[in-house]
Design a protein around this ligand. Structure first.
Ligand code: ADP
Ligand code: ZN
Ligand code: ZN
Length: 728
């Protein structure tokens, strides 16, 4: 073992794809950096970049090492547990350590200028709503801000700029009046946090008993509970239990829109500091949360996907809400699954992990069945409200008004008349599905992608949803010159317009990527919904998740039939999860809930199993089929995908790789095949699908392949997607 002062070679992970780390020389006059701290180093001819120290050693196989330029951190930014997680994750996802490290690091820490993190001001109220109303009767703008903070707080003034561009100033005025206080941490200091006055249901009590007895050491629990069965209550009590032991909790949610809601619910019930972490926050705010978590200044972090890498001082558990949600899988760069990394992290840090869902993924169900995960089931709704009634509306040979049948429209009317809210769910944005020539059958397609164009009426143009390229609207068919060019099919824009025509007396609130792209717009829409007044909510996928809309009594689902024709073997699993989740939104109201699904295939066995029986029965049946075909969760998949402008060159490259994989034990290789979306942004896309029942063997093979063909050195760029969740 060499003396520490002889360790003059520093191994540094960099954002480069070709090596796990590079060696640098520690100048004699520089103190040795800590492992996990950042340094600034030269790269290539004249670049200077940030790297993270992975280790110090006495010598390097390389000659003429370049010196480290600067130390950026006094204390390590990444602790040993985080480094361990990143190392294992890099191996698992077949990427270089540096790529993994820089995927995890918030943008703020990737820059060499190393400025101090700016101070954030989070606001929260200090007095009751009544007192504020009395004192602010002459100041409506201040009252509106106060009210917002009271309902959503703690918030940063930036998060209220949609309410009032002068929010920052108004907050300071309210602070001067003693109605608001500010803090650097997203904070809560309730001293009145107490449990609500209900008893846990028998299922909840059982789940809680298990978690209380297993609050130390690694253990995965699958909290499998129907919507409204009180999963959140379990999270909260578990967090409180850990808090009493001075431990921190990481709560994962699938998307930004859900963070304020869970934040609220938790903050009202715990006496501690909570932070939220998602991509809607500024770089500085995100860096702050990292810092606070690693210094132990926050007790709970509610985070979206990349939050899984947040370093904690004393992490006690990781809770993953809606664990089946595909948003946990990153679909570009390093294709990691935050849910799977939560389990890995639990193992590394010896802490429990809770995966919660009303519709668990088949992977998690399988682990629960084999006993690898502990299965906690909540089978009853807490309020004993009956599950909503369900009708399948046959749309075949029916006249539709902007996508809806006559019966559906009159049901919507009746629910609105009763003073309730209605959700119409449709997973396609824009005005129409495609633009078609009635004379020759020409359909408008993207020049760069293998995809139809969608008409957006308010923009008066056609848009490709895969590359965002925009096109003008043709007056004549470019193929035959006919004027009979018309839009076909319905998207959320058209649906909302139709509903606005018919139900002019209520607001139509649209949630899709076109109308809601910032947290502020989300909040704005949520305000309308939370007012409780009758309205029609039109939403895509975005809305299928755990949003609590207490006044919703009718849910209408439109246009999901294409799942039955998908080439993805998981399409019906996803559809079942989606429909169950969406249907679960109905009937939290006092009125009995109703769900209408418009379909051309009301007789389809899929609907019969899912709705006459249950998600669980459906899952059992599907899993039996998967087992017979040797597909996940009974096997392990990886995709090797290449993309290139030249199709035949691409095919040859993948063919060569495929040939090298031939004869590997326990491995079947399919392809090269065009990806379901065969062309995107001018690039042809092809893939090899690897299926294996031996995880270790699959990873060994991929590792070798990666050493033989550096994905970044050949002329054809390619990547590996481990445990792919979609194939498009
Ligand atoms: P889930 O997350 O499983 O869909 P929630 O946790 O949102 O369900 O619970 C639904 C509602 O039931 C919430 O308003 C919650 O406060 C309430 N609740 C939870 N547990 C109980 C209980 N044991 N008795 C009565 N109400 C409960
Ligand atoms: Zn034509
Ligand atoms: Zn395109």
């Amino acid at each position: 073992m060499p003396e520490t002062d002889q360790l003059k070679v520093v191994q540094v992970a960099l954002k480069v794809p070709f090596a796990p780390h590079l060696d640098y020389r520690l100048p004699d006059d520089m103190p040795a950096p800590a492992v996990g701290a950042r340094v600034q180093v030269p790269l290539g001819k004249n670049r200077s970049v940030v790297g993270v120290v992975m280790g110090l050693v006495a010598s390097s196989p390389h000659q003429k090492l370049k010196p480290i330029q600067a130390l950026l951190d006094d204390a390590p930014l990444l602790n040993p547990a985080s480094l361990d997680l990143l190392q294992q994750a890099a191996r698992y996802y077949q990427v270089n350590l540096g790529e993994m490290v820089f995927t995890a690091l918030p943008a703020w820490f990737r820059s060499t200028d190393n400025r101090p993190i700016p101070i954030q001001h989070w606001w929260q109220v200090t007095v009751s709503a009544e007192e504020a109303a009395a004192r602010l009767s002459q100041a409506p703008q201040q009252l509106a801000i106060f009210d917002y903070v009271r309902r959503h707080g703690p918030v940063m003034s930036k998060m209220m700029s949609h309410l009032n561009p002068a929010a920052a100033k108004l907050c300071r005025q309210l602070q001067d009046k003693g109605l608001l206080e500010s803090s650097e941490v997203c904070f809560v200091a309730t001293d009145e946090a107490r449990d609500p006055n209900f008893e846990l249901t028998a299922d909840q009590a059982q789940a809680m008993q298990f978690l209380s007895q297993h609050d130390q050491g690694f253990q995965v629990a699958l909290l499998d509970g129907i919507t409204g069965s009180g999963k959140t209550e379990i999270y909260i009590r578990f967090i409180n239990q850990l808090l009493k032991q001075h431990k921190q909790t990481l709560v994962m949610v699938p998307e930004i829109g859900l963070t304020p809601q869970l934040f609220q619910e938790i903050s009202q019930r715990i006496n501690g500091q909570i932070a939220i972490l998602h991509s809607g926050l500024s770089d500085g705010a995100r860096a702050r949360v990292w810092q606070h978590a690693s210094q132990g200044l926050v007790d709970v972090v509610v985070a979206t996907r990349s939050g899984i890498f947040t370093p904690f001082k004393n992490l006690g558990a990781i809770l993953v809400d809606e664990e089946h949600d595909l948003s946990y899988k990153q679909q570009e760069g390093v294709r990691y699954s935050a849910r799977d990394l939560a389990v890995l992290r639990g193992k590394i840090e010896h802490i429990p992990v809770v995966l919660g869902s009303a519709t668990p993924s088949f992977e998690s169900l399988r682990h629960a069945q084999t006993g690898r995960y502990h299965w906690l089931q909540l089978r009853r709704r807490t309020n004993r409200n009956p599950m909503p009634s369900l009708t399948l509306q046959n749309t075949q040979a029916k006249k539709l008004t902007k996508g809806l049948t006559h019966t559906t429209l009159s049901r919507i009317e009746s629910h609105l008349d009763d003073g309730n809210q209605v959700l119409v769910f449709m997973n396609r944005r824009g005005w129409s599905h495609k633009l078609l020539c009635h004379d020759c059958g020409w359909v408008a397609e993207c020049d760069d992608c293998d995809a139809y164009l969608t008409f957006h009426k308010h923009l008066e143009l056609l848009k490709c949803h895969h590359c965002d390229r925009r096109y003008g609207l043709p007056e004549f068919c470019p193929a035959c010159g006919s004027q009979q060019v018309e839009t076909m099919g319905v998207g959320t824009e058209k649906l909302a317009a139709g509903l606005a025509d018919r139900f002019a007396q209520v607001p139509i609130v649209r949630f899709d990527r076109d109308s809601v792209s910032t947290p502020a717009q989300w909040q704005h829409n949520l305000e309308v919904v939370r007012s409780g007044d009758p309205c029609v909510i039109v939403g895509t996928q975005m809305l299928s998740k755990g949003h609590d809309f207490p006044w919703l009594s009718l849910v209408v689902v439109v246009n999901v039939d294409n799942s039955f024709f998908s080439t993805d073997f998981r399409a019906t699993e996803y559809l079942a999860q989606l429909l169950t989740q969406v249907a679960g939104r109905a009937g939290r109201a006092k009125t009995k809930g109703e769900v209408i699904i418009q379909t051309q295939f009301p007789e389809h066995e899929f609907f019969q199993t899912l709705f006459q029986q249950s998600y669980e029965v459906f899952a059992q049946q599907q899993m039996a089929e998967r087992e017979a075909m040797m597909f996940p969760p009974f096997s392990h998949l990886a995709i090797i995908r290449g993309q290139h402008g030249n199709e035949s060159e691409l095919e040859r490259c993948l063919q060569r790789m495929g040939a090298e994989l031939e004869g590997e034990p326990d491995l079947s290789v399919l392809g090269p095949l065009p990806a379901p979306m065969a062309k995107r942004q001018k690039l042809h896309r092809m893939q090899l699908i690897l299926n294996s029942n031996n995880r270790q063997a699959l990873h060994r093979t991929l590792h070798r392949l990666r050493n033989q063909h550096n994905p970044h050195q050949g002329t054809i760029p390619w990547f590996i997607d481990i445990d792919p969740v979609n194939f498009d």
